[in-house]
Design a protein around this ligand. Structure first.
Ligand SMILES: Cc1ncc(COP(=O)(O)O)c(C=O)c1O
Length: 379
């Protein structure tokens, strides 16, 4: 059976560029910190990958701190700022962040840091006015707001947020894991700290970066050497870094993104026209081009998910990190859905390798199973 993968917000297949990069890392296996020839070769290829990542991220190579992925980049941004001055920290974040931010925020609360969670409206985002009011009321020293949500694809006004924070001397971090490769980097690279990861753009898992803009202070949370200009100790993950750099040579361009948006819009239009009692989450606001979060009333997502999986279609009910959990998505609850409604949603996300045939296949299978399950429930 030919499977269709429609869960690109969870991860993506290794691109050809990533595979080439990783093959190079296998060949040049020296320790980049060694001063002999083998070490210098490894160090040189890392440096080339750093340049490639920096170029796509719209930052300077010296601003790239390689980490084990987006989760570590998020943790480093928050904890690295905390260690600068625990008593000075006051964090403002949103109610719909990825679990790596939520869990670190909770840890900070346990350490005595005041943390405020900005609620979102029904459409999944808050207005800039609401954000400004919260800043004026709570006077945070650190703001961490994602550039786009992983479950709904809803985009946050991060450019305006970062400018507002900078004018007030507030450190601004954004989780751009789902925006890297889907939005122009100018929309988020005015932030002081930016998290990205490789495996959402065709790179390997276990490698990402925190982009630390020039002049931004941060205390390291990993020790062991002077790697990454002392901002993240430990022998570099050469294989991962080369894969990340290689994936950047296959980076989606404007045309790719437009094609994906057209496929996504076609998919949503067909579903809405064919099925009744279907609701798009975040329908009336800007979203990254590849994501659909949709509710099929009366159908528990795990039932539909299982049926689709048996038909060779991979989608998800929410974020990959929470897909083993029976709890409803905190993102959808924050948008005002009831627990039952939140458990009737699927996330379908497309990528660079998606074809029109893939979309048609998913449409056919979803429509058939939604009708079948509803019919059976009526009996
Ligand atoms: C918004 C967001 N932030 C952070 C992460 C974590 O990235 P990683 O899987 O590289 O740890 C993810 C992964 O799904 C994500 O979607």
């Amino acid at each position: 059976m030919n499977r269709v993968f429609a869960d690109f917000n969870a991860t993506s297949p290794l691109s050809a560029g990533a595979q080439t990069g990783m093959a190079k890392a296998i060949e040049l296996w020296g320790n980049p910190s060694s001063s002999h020839w083998d070490g210098r070769q490894a160090s040189e290829i890392i440096s080339k990958s750093r340049d490639l990542v920096a170029q796509k991220a719209g930052v300077s190579p010296l601003e790239v701190v390689f980490t084990s992925g987006g989760s570590e980049a998020n943790t480093l941004a928050l904890m690295g700022t905390y260690f600068l001055g625990p008593s000075r920290l006051r964090l403002l974040t949103s109610a719909v962040e990825h679990s790596s931010i939520r869990d670190t925020a909770r840890l900070l609360e346990n350490l005595g840091v005041p943390v405020d969670y900005l609620p979102v409206q029904k459409n999944g985002v808050f207005s800039l006015e609401t954000f400004k009011q919260h800043v004026d009321e709570f006077r945070p020293t650190l703001v961490s707001i994602m550039a786009a949500n992983n479950e709904t694809g809803v985009i946050f006004p991060i450019r305006e947020i970062s400018r507002f924070c900078r004018e007030r001397g507030i450190t601004i971090h954004t989780d751009a894991v789902q925006s890297f490769g889907k939005l122009d980097s100018e929309s988020w690279n005015d932030c002081d700290l930016i998290s990205i990861t490789a495996h959402k753009i065709g790179g390997p898992k276990g490698i990402g970066a925190l982009l630390v803009r020039r002049g931004t202070q941060l205390v390291a949370t990993h020790y062991g050497g002077t790697q990454e200009i002392k901002r993240r100790g430990g022998t570099e993950n050469t294989l991962g870094i080369l894969g990340f750099g290689g994936a950047c040579t296959d980076f989606p361009n404007q045309q790719d993104r437009m094609r994906i948006r057209e496929l996504r819009d076609y998919f949503e239009k067909q579903l809405l026209e064919t099925l009744s009692e279907v609701t798009l989450n975040g329908a009336d606001v800007e979203r990254i081009p590849n994501t659909t979060s949709i509710r099929f009333s009366g159908i528990p997502s795990e039932v539909l998910l299982g049926a689709l999986d048996l038909e060779g279609v991979s989608v998800s009910a929410g974020s990959a990190c929470s897909s083993g959990s029976l709890a409803p998505s905190h993102v959808l609850l924050a948008m005002g859905l009831s627990r039952t409604e939140a458990k009737e949603c699927l996330r379908i996300s497309w990528g660079k390798t998606t074809s029109r045939d893939d979309v048609d296949r998913v449409l056919e299978v979803v429509i058939r199973h939604v009708n079948r399950i509803r019919e059976r429930r009526r009996q």
